[in-house]
Design a protein around this ligand. Structure first.
Ligand code: FES
Length: 95
């Protein structure tokens, strides 16, 4: 086993889950697109963060959901109008 430091200051988990049993899910509400958009912006800004699509975060009824760690920030009911504010939150305390 190798142990090394994580080269990111924050991890952003964007739920893209799709439940197949009829329950409400973040994926069909744009989760994957949110991940792609946020990841693209963070890459362009060269932010030391990792944006990943996650499976269910357990708050399906309030989605789409995004977690920013280690900031302990949970975003729910995200819309495309929130993208700039989300990036601002991600940038907080990075520089
Ligand atoms: S499907 Fe996104 S929190 Fe459950």
């Amino acid at each position: 086993m190798n142990i090394q430091s994580i080269p990111y200051k924050k991890i952003i988990l964007v739920c893209g889950n799709i439940h197949t049993d009829g329950r409400i899910s973040c994926g069909p509400q744009g989760g994957s697109e949110f991940k792609d958009t946020i990841k693209k912006i963070c890459k362009e800004k060269q932010l030391p963060v990792r944006v990943v699509q996650s499976s269910c975060l357990g708050q399906c009824d309030f989605g789409p959901n995004i977690m920013i760690t280690p900031d302990n920030v949970w975003l729910s009911g995200v819309t495309h109008a929130d993208i700039d504010a989300i990036v601002t939150l991600i940038e907080k305390d990075l520089v």
